[in-house]
Ligand binder design. Sequence first.
Ligand SMILES: NC(=O)c1ccc[n+]([C@@H]2O[C@H](COP(=O)([O-])OP(=O)(O)OC[C@H]3O[C@@H](n4cnc5c(N)ncnc54)[C@H](OP(=O)(O)O)[C@@H]3O)[C@@H](O)[C@H]2O)c1
Length: 169
Amino acid sequence: MKLSLIAAMDERRLIGSMNGGLPWQGIERDREHFRSYVKGKALLLGRKTYEEMEGWVDSDHSLYILTRNRNYVSKTSARVAFSFDEVISLAEKEAVSELVVCGGAAIYERAINSADLIVLTILHTTFTVEGTPKFFPDWDTKRFSEISRQKFAPSEKSDFGMSIVHLQS
Ligand SMILES: NC(=O)c1ccc[n+]([C@@H]2O[C@H](COP(=O)([O-])OP(=O)(O)OC[C@H]3O[C@@H](n4cnc5c(N)ncnc54)[C@H](OP(=O)(O)O)[C@@H]3O)[C@@H](O)[C@H]2O)c1
């Protein structure tokens, strides 16, 4: 099974906050890119991100949620798991061909060393957030090499320049 991570971050690797929510308002170009990459694929979400995204991720996806709360009940058909290793076994048992880790910070941190691919949107600006900032983890540059980089100038789909970068292990 292929394991990929998809995230959007600013130039300091900021992705969110302890208080939840993204540091920016929806950026159309990134949204389109995210939807197109994850279409029809199995997704892994941390419990906090799952609750933020509820109703947004649709029945097009098999969803796996990570929580340490043994009493956690998902309101949807999402599968609930209590450790990263358990999610991997579950997804492999269910013959998932690619599991896409969609955050948040805690899940990226746990998954990055097992990833085959990192798909990053880098926003060419910096943001601040209220509450403790959450960052995308630093990756091992010896393990991951950049295989593609697409640059976009600011446009009506994004107020900021951005790059979409693929890093493969
Ligand atoms: N920019 C992006 O691309 C992007 C993408 C996704 C999310 N985000 C942002 O990231 C922030 C949320 O990140 P976060 O780190 O606070 O939350 P998170 O990763 O979404 O969820 C954290 C929760 O996942 C569970 N968990 C974490 N590690 C686990 C493990 N090893 N085993 C079992 N369960 C585990 C725990 O749930 P319990 O508390 O239930 O035990 C933990 O509280 C938000 O601001 C969100 O908007 C940004």
